[in-house]
Design a binder for this molecule. Structure first.
Ligand SMILES: [Zn+2]
Length: 195
């Protein structure tokens, strides 16, 4: 609902209110990571706090303090049990058909929040399951990474998540669940990108 006016702090709070543990992440300014290192290996993608992911929290006081200190920090979300979510990271910038191929193989993805990443990829947020997936890169399928635990997914403030009213669908066993609730028709690779 027109998130243009929302500040990064407000987004971080909104995510925390859903039970997602967030943390401030460096951003890129004038082509350079805000950590100041000219040879930064992960520009705009690594945590600003000392203990990184372990600092992720839903505590509003801490969150407000962080974004008061670093107003333009990107928002990272701790995935896995911590937040109850798994993020599938599709390399749609390399292969626009990767989501379609994924669904052909594993069945339709449920209607859940999605975000178009800064690099042109697509993040699909799913409910984390006890027996769920672990982090992997290209293991399920080429072009698909899994952020499931001890991982973080950047939720860029300028490309806020599109919140589905149903919240995260009850996809109890991850992307290879045979029991997706009613197969959505909206899982096109570009559906997260329209304004
Ligand atoms: Zn850096």
């Amino acid at each position: 609902m027109g998130g243009g006016a929302m500040t990064p702090a407000a987004w971080a709070e909104a995510y925390a209110q859903r039970g997602w543990q967030v943390l401030p992440v460096h951003s890129v300014r004038s082509g350079r990571c805000t950590c100041g290192a000219t040879d930064c290996s992960s520009p705009g993608k690594h945590p600003r706090t000392e203990h990184g992911l372990r600092d992720a929290t839903t505590d509003e006081t801490v969150i407000l303090e962080w974004w008061k200190r670093w107003p333009s920090a990107n928002i990272g979300i701790a995935t896995g049990a911590a937040s109850g979510i798994v993020v599938l990271d599709f390399d749609t910038y390399k292969d626009p058909a990767v989501v379609a191929r994924f669904e052909e193989r594993f069945g339709p993805l449920p209607v859940t929040p999605r975000v178009r990443t800064g690099g042109g990829g697509l993040h699909v947020y799913l409910a984390w399951a006890e027996e769920g997936l672990s982090n992997s890169a290209g293991k399920l399928m080429p072009g698909v990474d899994v952020r499931a635990g001890g991982g973080s997914a950047g939720a860029s403030r300028s490309r806020p998540l599109r919140m589905d009213r149903r919240h995260i669908a009850r996809n109890s066993s991850g992307p290879d669940a045979r029991s997706h609730p009613g197969g959505s028709q909206t899982a096109r690779a570009d559906c997260g990108s329209s304004p």
